[in-house]
Ligand binder design. Sequence first.
Ligand code: XMP
Length: 510
Amino acid sequence: MDRILVLDFGGQYDLLIARRVREHHVFAEIKPYGKISAEEVKRGGYRGIIFTGGPASVYAEGSPLCGADMLETGIPVLGICYGAQLIAHLSGGEVSPAEGSGEYGSAALSVGKSALFDGIPEKITCWMSHSDRITSLPPGYTVTASTGKCPAAAFENSEKKIYGVQFHPEVSHTEYGRYVIGNFVKKICGASGDWTMDGFTERSVRELREKLEGRNVMLALSGGVDSSVAAELLCRAVGDRLTCVFVDHGMLRKGESEAVVSVFGGRKDMNFIRVDAAERFLERLSGVTEPETKRRIIGEEFVRVFEETAKACGGSDVLAQGTIYPDVIESGRGNSAVIKSHHNVGGLPGEMLFREVCEPLRDLFKDEVRHVGELLGLPDSIVRRQPFPGPGLAVRITGRISGDKLNTVREADAIFREEVGKLPEEERPSQYFAVLTDTKSVGVKGDARAYGYTVALRAVDTDDFMTAGWSRLPYSLLETAAGRITGEIPQVTRVVYDISSKPPATVEWE
Ligand code: XMP
């Protein structure tokens, strides 16, 4: 299988770049800069390298750099934004602060002749976000595209197959960005495009069978798409040596626990066990307000429950989880700033009873997981289920958590989901839910003053959950939902609608 290395220099778009590469059926792997040498890259057999963007300046002290030998491996390189400036910097060019305040947003790009721009019109709109620019190209390089403000918006040394673009081909605001990435990975790197989910499923079952031979595996099954797909894969690989444990931490949505039991409860081949741990989670979260602490506590408690269940079942060697690629990367394994620790990864305590952790989906993006789920014959209700964070409603209650607050957000969420669920399927947002904020406000209920909670409704549209826009839901729907929430839930006096996009906000509030 051909692979492209995405070398991360601290930008927020490393995952998006990897996903864009995979859209061409080429496997992309992200590594933080400095964690892999040019020699290792060569030995790794990568077909191409992409340097990501990043917020630093190449000329600043302590900026993220790699050795100039990364450009001498003979493997084609594409540098994006900071990555392009780095190519210039490492090869003897000059990078300086841009005139004025830099260039942000859409720009008209004039495109010249280059293998990178094959099949692309001469004038396109691209997305720019930079405060530095390349003022002098290194010897052997030529300019292949420019904007009014940026004369070297793309440059290359076609002989060495090294390419730099100042704009961001990975974001959807850049027209033909997909072509730029496709031209690089397919035409310039010659990657064969054999990364398919059919192939993944077959290979994964085979590898899991070999790796886990004779060992007992315990899987954390939440009923969400990731852990359900992992369960199905593992079940095919190890049969009844798999035990699926559903930890009900008491922070699930209304009716969810019952739904998980109804789908998996009858699966004898999965040795399904439900553990009711609601009280102990609530106890450990008592008084905690800091979001990362909540996530860490839930992660730890989760593993403790597992350990106890495993002991009670007579022991298990391997703990399996439905961790997916964005969880791994966003949990700060790379050099990008830690956004929030996804509990599947970030919260695992050091000493564990299990000798090993097995994460069969850790290389996959969400849409790839759904595709595998379809291939494995999982029902639509699971494969198309909207995502729900592992720490559950705990990260949808800002501030302290209590049983009452959980009930309040659960009811509000159920009402909102019911109302949105009345829209035709194709008009529903990618994810929609209610958040119980820590803000209390004054209202009037039954002619009396009421001092109650503010519920925030959140609905987003996204392909990949790495970037997301707020959904333009019909006013009538919002009005009905708000009326029902304040009318049916005595503790709530006010409902607001979250109109923030990601970035800079995230989908969840914590
Ligand atoms: P954020 O809030 O990071 O969310 O923009 C992106 C997507 O990830 C989901 N999410 C999680 N999923 N464990 C998960 O399995 C977690 O800890 C977690 N936190 C957020 C979130 O619902 C959204 O779909």
